[in-house]
Design a protein around this ligand. Sequence first.
Ligand code: FES
Length: 149
Amino acid sequence: MKEQLETVFEAYKGEKSELIPVLQHVQKEIGYLPEEAMKHIARFVRVPESKVYGVATFYAQFKMKPRGRYIIRVCKGTACHIQGSPKIASKIEEILKIESGDTTPDLKYTLEEVACIGACALAPVMMINNDPHGRLSPDKIKGILDSYE
Ligand code: FES
């Protein structure tokens, strides 16, 4: 991680105003913002660690926990909800043995619930990374998950 941070820091001057771009860049490199990385970032841009945590927790774009290779986003918008998205989310939780918001221990999947993703005609819908999967039913979930290596 140290090397990754050093590479990122080379692109900046180490000024307060760079906090958000540095956080974004580090997250892009590492995939999330480990506590250790935030300490280094605080020193680098010369702000208190509490400020770095404050900013990182305020913006939804910043992730504090490692994320999976595949991000599963189950739509919880109204159309999907009516068509059974809670059952879809429950089925995924049951198969992966995680709860919404969590990542499997092998870092393969992260499960999230999101607002309408604009494909209501296909409700209930989920995305796995950039792939949309629509007209879902709980019995289709296992096959879909198994198609991701
Ligand atoms: S409500 Fe799910 S895609 Fe719109």
